[in-house]
Write a protein that binds this ligand. Structure first.
Ligand code: GLV
Length: 295
């Protein structure tokens, strides 16, 4: 039983040790040193080279290193096998922390206070009214729901938008294309945690960003191509959107010349809102390999 390991950003030695701990019999081939392609039954991948996975005639399943799987479906020649994403409490909590960190930073005006401190100025302003502040979460899967619960617990009004109806306690639900405009109009903070699919690519474009209340804040920890970059920059420059905190980008690493790096209203984080670590995730990959093996 051979697992093909294909990633430029995950450490093969660490992952191999963690996977073997759960599946001692597992052979692991580190791409591109593959040996006999017909021995490969499983692949654990991040951004696999397009056309590569079809070279393995006995492939039974493809595992993503993360929660996102669009990097796998980007391969037009992907063989028709199950594609498996990570659902992991540590990964989820990392994203919830990221959402809270950046919502609270803007909500409590941390940057304003920091600038005042630089000038030794004691500024007075009222504590913002959390109960009348709506955070809209796009994407109510494992991660979106967890972030929503934490925000509800802090006393925010929370709205959620998802492709299909989702009932999340404490969250005002909107769904489908028909529910999107009303949802955006409410969202003083817009937290985007959507997966990238043909339906969501470019979903945050000029028209949709214009529906947000003036002075809204955007946090995108879903995928870069959910946002039309030029439209976001225009909305920031016009003052319609007050800040954008972006963890994900059309191209990663974000090219040094990209306008986001130096934009005064943009915070760039290097796709590290959360991560998958082997000691937390290897057990579920091993379980899924056993399940796939059983058919
Ligand atoms: C990270 O982006 C993931 O897909 O888990």
């Amino acid at each position: 039983m051979t697992l093909l390991f294909m990633s430029k950003i995950h450490n093969p030695a660490v992952w191999t040790a963690a996977l073997r701990h759960h599946l001692p019999d597992l052979e692991i081939a580190i791409w591109p040193e593959v040996g006999d392609p017909s021995a490969v039954e499983f692949a654990l991948v991040w951004s696999p080279k397009p056309g590569e996975l079809r070279r393995y005639p006995n492939l039974k399943a493809v595992f993503s290193f993360g929660a996102g799987v669009e990097h796998i479906f980007a391969d037009a020649e992907l063989p028709p096998v199950p594609v498996v994403k990570v659902v992991d409490a540590r990964l989820t909590k990392g994203l919830t922390e990221y959402v809270l960190l950046h919502v609270l930073r803007q909500h409590r005006r941390l940057d304003l206070m920091r600038r005042a401190q630089d000038q030794a100025r004691w500024i007075g302003f009222a504590t913002p009214d959390t109960r009348n502040t709506t955070v809209g979460i796009m994407g109510l899967g494992e991660i979106g729901r967890d972030a929503a619960f934490a925000l509800v617990h802090l006393g925010f009004r929370v709205a959620g938008w998802s492709r299909t109806p989702k009932d999340v306690p404490g969250v005002e639900g909107f769904h489908g294309p028909g529910g999107l405009d009303a949802f955006l109009k409410l969202s003083r903070f817009l937290v985007c945690l959507l997966p990238l699919t043909p339906d969501t690519r470019g979903i945050l474009n000029r028209e949709r960003l214009a529906l947000l209340p003036r002075g809204a804040h955007l946090i995108n920890a879903g995928r870069g191509p959910l946002v039309v970059d030029e439209d976001l920059i225009a909305a920031l420059d016009s003052g319609h959107i007050a800040s954008a905190t972006l963890d994900v980008f059309h191209r990663e690493p974000l090219p040094p010349a990209h306008a986001f790096w130096s934009h005064p209203k943009v915070t760039v984080t290097p796709h590290n809102a959360s991560d998958t670590v082997p000691d937390s995730v290897a057990a579920q990959i091993a379980d899924n390999i056993r399940r796939a093996k059983r058919g």
